[in-house]
Design a protein around this ligand. Structure first.
Ligand code: AMO
Length: 440
């Protein structure tokens, strides 16, 4: 059994991704996980992985210190090691270089067998991946997903900042529902029952009366019972709200924001993205727009029975997506299908100034113009069977100069699914929470 050593004065001098740019003969210290060991008898290759990529450490029996050769035969995969050595450019290595080690330290031992194969050579089923998520997240393909998420967040923030939006943080412990009564998680809060926020809706709206344009990237909670590839009980959404805009204005902001994200990712991760997602194509603007009524006609035309006023189910949306292969908006939804804060159209109160942004059959975002007159808002709350008394703090603002405003909420992980070509939302969330999964 090999003894574990400490780093002592050793410090990691290079990330693996920096090694190809390092000149031949440079002395380096690299640290990471033992991804793979390839033993050819007289020559051993240690594949060392860190969060940026892999490096090959080559140990030749007749050239290397015999102690090194001995140490490496005892190492287990996923053990943490530090290697001091010299970079040698090498045509033979796939990476174009190798490290010839002078010293190797074992910093921590990994047990074997591993709960799943990080190299991906032995595929793991979905449940195994989720149960051993820490190990699944060491796989380079999964690391890439969350590096992309990081870039998506950076791009969204840069875009909204450029467009005059202020980033805000609103409470997640609430005394009333924001999206209607269903799907609320109740929480015991001292002697009261309170709710976990389903969205920042009411706060982002009232903040338009202070800052005009705000956005929040936050975590929200919904007690959805459905078990689908698109729903989680804890999810992140990007929300904007803007004074002096209507739904058409914020739809334009949304499509520009989406395109900005594509352009940003293309600049930084094009090669990697093409490898994991052959279908990665920047959409062109403006995105196609169809009205809800046109969507109903189209779905009926494809032989499905559906009434005007019904919500669009996944099978109905799949039919619709036969016509729309990428991003498109469905606008002007029946007022009764939308939450109380959505503004009905002046010319036809049955229809609202609302939209969903779709990608094929997946709803990525929804939004609309909001009711900003207090009387109208109270009426709408009542029409939905809710009690205006429960919304007093929110309604108060509407007495003191609430501007016309509009906004949207974009499901971050659903967007990431589309960008990475993944088919289950759980794959693009570090530690997903659904009805049955609360660990890890
Ligand atoms: P909505 O309820 O449509 O609208 O939510 C906005 C977007 O958030 C994502 N989303 C979810 N993602 C994963 N799991 C869930 N359970 C889940 N629920 C919603 C979807 C959805 O399009 N306040 C309004 C937005 C607005 O009008 O500004 C709202 O919450 O991608």
């Amino acid at each position: 059994m090999l003894a574990v050593d400490s780093m002592k004065t050793w410090r990691k001098t290079h990330k693996n991704s920096e090694l190809p740019l390092t000149s031949d003969g440079s002395e380096v210290i690299v640290m990471g996980w033992l991804h793979e060991i390839r033993d050819l008898g007289s020559i051993k290759f240690l594949i060392l992985r860190d969060s940026t990529g892999i490096a090959q450490v080559t140990i030749k029996k007749d050239e290397a210190d015999p102690r090194l050769f001995e140490i490496t035969s005892q190492l287990t995969r996923e053990s943490v090691i530090a290697v001091k050595g010299v970079v040698k450019k090498s045509e033979k290595s796939k990476l174009g270089f190798e490290i010839l080690p002078q010293e190797i330290k074992l910093l921590n031992v990994s047990k074997s067998p591993l709960p799943l194969d990080v190299t991906g050579k032995v595929p793991a089923d979905f449940e195994t991946r989720m149960n051993s998520r820490f190990m699944d997240l060491r796989r380079p393909s999964e690391i890439l997903v969350f590096k992309l998420q990081h870039e998506v967040l950076k791009a969204i923030r840069a875009f909204l900042d450029e467009n005059g939006f202020l980033e805000v943080i609103t409470p997640k412990i609430l005394v009333s529902a924001t999206e209607g009564g269903a799907e609320l998680f109740k929480v015991q809060y001292f002697e009261k029952t309170v709710y976990l926020a389903q969205s920042p809706q009411l706060y982002k709206e009232l903040l338009t009366s202070c800052f005009e344009r705000v956005y929040e990237i936050g975590v929200y909670f919904r007690a959805e019972e459905s078990n689908t590839p698109y729903h989680l009980n804890e999810f992140t959404s990007v929300d904007i709200e803007a004074a002096f805009m209507d739904y058409r204005d914020v739809m334009r902001i949304l499509e520009e924001c989406i395109v900005h994200v594509y352009q940003h990712l293309k600049k930084k991760y094009y090669e990697e993205l093409k490898k994991i997602h052959a279908d990665f194509t920047e959409p062109s603007t403006p995105f196609p727009i169809i009205t809800y009524s046109e969507a109903i006609e189209l779905i009926r035309g494809k032989g499905m029975k559906i009434n005007w006023g019904d919500d669009l189910t996944t099978p109905a949306l799949r039919l619709l997506s036969e016509e729309h292969g990428s991003y498109y908006f469905i606008i002007d939804w029946p007022t009764k299908t939308k939450p109380f804060y959505i503004k009905p159209r002046r010319d036809d109160e049955k229809v609202s100034e609302s939209f969903d942004l779709m990608w094929r059959h997946i709803e990525l975002a929804s939004g609309g113009s909001r009711i900003y007159l207090r009387e109208e808002l109270e009426k709408s709350i009542r029409n939905k069977g809710l009690n205006p008394e429960n919304f007093q703090e929110y309604l108060k603002v509407f007495d003191y100069g609430m501007p016309p405003h509009a906004g949207w909420g974009l499901g971050l992980s659903r967007f990431l699914m589309v960008l990475t070509g993944r088919s289950n939302i759980r794959e693009v969330v570090l530690f997903p929470r659904d009805r049955t999964r609360l660990t890890p």
